[in-house]
Write a protein that binds this ligand. Structure first.
Ligand code: SF4
Ligand code: SF4
Length: 263
């Protein structure tokens, strides 16, 4: 554990969550009787590799290509465990009931998955006692941010595992969207569009995609189909129209779709 953080096991981070999962974690989560939804985000994409920042190069490894209207995009698909109250695996003693098999994302909290983002304790649910701080004022935390960006080896290894799963699973997630008929998404950094799907179908598709028992040809991505980008911001929609995107306001969402706009 980091020398600046010690989990107090308060359980606050196990309530009302969306937890990103790997494909294997999603299979386990559904098999345990819990629900998984699918987040799809679009990133408008420049084609000139030389211009890509380190952050975009990293994004490129975990996304697949698509088109929205005439706009080139990349799609990031995330399988997400969700619950509005306490996690179904949080026991009466505020402890994780599947501790040895808990998702990687649970193991990494409160540290940041994105190496370009500094950890700010003020944005985390952990109580003051969890941090090696004498003063949690914004100024103190700002001064100590560089210290919080240094994490322990096990957490770093877990973060690397999550990233590698995201890289390895791009094709499975692309084929999953084809199999489930998912062709709509949110705009990255603008909002989240979640697809709530039949869990039996989701489990069956994930099982066949991971065991290679589905017909690859029947799941080829139809490149001629445009992705529909949703936003509830008029300014975002106008910008998307201006750059040729196929987009729509969120009041036109289909059933089973849920949109969360960034503040
Ligand atoms: S799986 Fe365990 S650690 Fe993760 S949210 Fe549930 S109770 Fe908490
Ligand atoms: S909120 Fe922080 S201190 Fe509390 S259980 Fe979660 S990680 Fe530990």
């Amino acid at each position: 554990m980091s020398n600046t953080f010690q989990c107090t096991q308060c359980g606050l981070c196990c309530v009302g969550l969306n937890i990103p999962l790997s494909v294997n974690e999603a299979l386990l989560w559904i098999a345990r009787g819990n629900r998984v939804k699918i987040l799809v985000e679009a990133i408008p994409w420049v084609t000139d590799q030389v211009l890509l920042s380190d952050s975009l190069k990293r994004k490129e490894t975990i996304t697949f290509t698509g088109i929205s209207g005439t706009l080139a995009i990349r799609l990031q698909v995330t399988l997400v465990a969700y619950f509005s109250q306490a996690c179904p695996h949080l026991n009466e003693h505020n402890r994780c009931g599947i501790y040895d098999e808990r998702p990687m994302t649970c193991r990494v909290y409160p540290f940041e998955l994105n190496p370009n983002r500094l950890l700010n304790p003020n944005n985390k649910l952990c109580p003051k006692e969890a941090w090696s701080l004498t003063d949690t004022s914004a100024q103190s935390i700002q001064q100590k941010n560089i210290q919080f960006s240094i994490i322990d080896a096990q957490t770093q290894s877990n973060i690397n595992t999550i990233h590698q799963s995201n890289v390895n699973e791009v094709s499975i997630k692309q084929q999953l969207c084809v199999a489930l008929g998912i062709r709509s998404c949110s705009l990255s950094n603008d909002g989240y569009l979640f697809h709530q799907v039949n869990q039996t179908q989701l489990l069956a598709h994930l099982q066949s995609l991971t065991t290679g028992s589905c017909s690859g040809d029947s799941l080829k991505d139809p490149h001629d189909q445009s992705w529909l980008i949703h936003s509830n911001s008029n300014a975002t929609l106008q910008n998307l129209v201006d750059i040729g995107s196929h987009c729509e306001a969120t009041h036109a969402l289909s059933s089973g779709q849920e949109y969360i706009h960034f503040q």
